[in-house]
Design a protein around this ligand. Structure first.
Ligand code: SF4
Length: 390
């Protein structure tokens, strides 16, 4: 199975998105603490590593940990806002270290919308330059887009722009907003979309990408809002293939191993034919409403076949539906039994808490509070145990 691990390299950022779900903490990594986590992924037989944040390009050891992970045989990817990658020399340095794929995140190709969402002016041009630089130095480029209340009506415009101006981008990831953590949790009213707000523009975007030969994945969107492209749901693909993810959070959560992709379901799900392979409503907070769900009556196995027979994704070994059904039944039974057992998960410590880290956190927090106040957005709750200095 193609399991991918996430490693949060830093938690600070050079942007100030009002819906950031992983904002600044006092924890820090040095090369050695990251190395331990890379080794842990290798020991578990993981296929790849996703370096993320915060904004991971702000860590001075990013090229070094990239090179180390490649030497250990991992496929290495980066999720970035692109601001630093807009410098060609930095893109070259990451390429030389062995970085294989950069996910560049852009929410809206409308400059005024992007600036409002980023809390920072001038980021869009740099993200476009990053996409071109990465391609130039031989790093594959994907575009990530967080679906939110301000871009919900023009996701298709985003897709059209990328196709016309940056044709080298062949893969897109659409992430519905996670309203349960960080600044997203305290700014739900302003940024959390209703599912119906983006249904049409997402459908148009996916149809356009499909028609022009691009590939895509969609995260945290219940299948009833993307039924024609149910096979592109990352939760559905993980349920069908039985994949897991580990996230090394650079905060008190530390190592989180996700093996269960089922979230919240509503009354409508009881009669829905896709229930067994649908992740439901991603809502650990209360940003979405189960009443927004409606049942679909499509053939489950048609969606499953599309995933297990996908020639571009050979990661699942059972390529026919009969074998899959038997395997799936057995996995569902095992998962139910597992839920009754205590979860044993051993992993190395994630990052370090030091006095220097705490001082940096306080300084960063003060400057972010000033910027947030100027934009009229609320700051995330302080990490547990980190009280403001007297
Ligand atoms: S009704 Fe429920 S199970 Fe069916 S697609 Fe929607 S969220 Fe998924």
């Amino acid at each position: 199975m193609a399991n991918l691990g996430y490693l949060q390299v830093v938690r600070h950022c050079n942007h100030l998105c009002g819906f950031c779900s992983n904002p600044t903490t006092p924890y820090e990594h040095d090369f050695e603490s990251m190395q331990l986590l890379v080794d842990d992924f290798v020991r578990r037989g993981y296929f790849g590593l996703i370096l993320t944040g915060g904004e991971p390009t702000l860590h001075p050891e990013l090229p070094r940990i990239t090179a180390y992970a490649r030497q250990q045989g991992l496929h290495v990817r980066l999720i970035t806002n692109g601001t630093r990658l807009a410098d060609l020399a930095f893109a070259q340095e990451l390429a030389a270290a062995g970085l294989q794929l950069a996910h560049i995140s852009v929410y809206s190709v409308r400059p005024e919308v992007e600036a409002e969402l980023r809390g920072t002016e001038g980021t869009l041009e740099r993200a476009f330059a990053a996409a071109d630089n990465a391609h130039r130095v031989g790093i594959d480029v994907n575009v990530n887009c967080v679906i939110n209340a301000l871009n919900a009506d023009h996701l298709d415009e985003n897709a059209r722009y990328w196709i016309a101006h940056h044709p080298q981008v062949r893969h897109f990831v659409w992430n519905n907003l996670d309203p349960s953590m960080g600044r997203a949790e305290v700014n739900q009213q302003r940024f959390t979309p209703r599912l119906a707000d983006f249904e049409l523009s997402l459908h148009r975007a996916l149809r356009l990408l499909h028609k022009t030969g691009r590939t895509f994945r969609v995260e945290k969107v219940p299948l009833c809002y993307m039924a024609d492209f149910a096979w592109a749901s990352t939760e559905t693909r993980k349920i069908v293939k039985g994949e897991e993810r580990i996230v090394f959070f650079l905060d008190d959560k530390q190592a989180v191993r996700q093996t269960d992709w089922e979230h919240v379901y509503g009354e409508a799900c009881r009669v829905c034919t896709l229930r067994e392979i649908c992740g439901g409503l991603f809502d650990r907070g209360s940003g979405y409403d189960p009443a927004e769900l409606y049942p679909v009556f499509l053939d489950r196995d048609t969606v499953v076949r599309r995933i297990i027979e996908d020639p571009a994704d050979p990661s699942f070994p059972l390529r026919n539906i009969r074998d899959w059904r038997a395997d799936f039944k057995q996995r569902v039974r095992a998962a139910k039994a597992r839920r009754r057992l205590p979860v044993a998960h051993e992993a190395p410590p994630v990052g370090k808490l030091t006095d220097r880290g705490r001082r940096r956190f306080e300084a960063k927090r003060r400057s972010e509070e000033r910027r947030a106040a100027a934009q009229g957005i609320a700051m995330e709750r302080r990490p547990q145990g980190e009280q403001p200095p007297e």
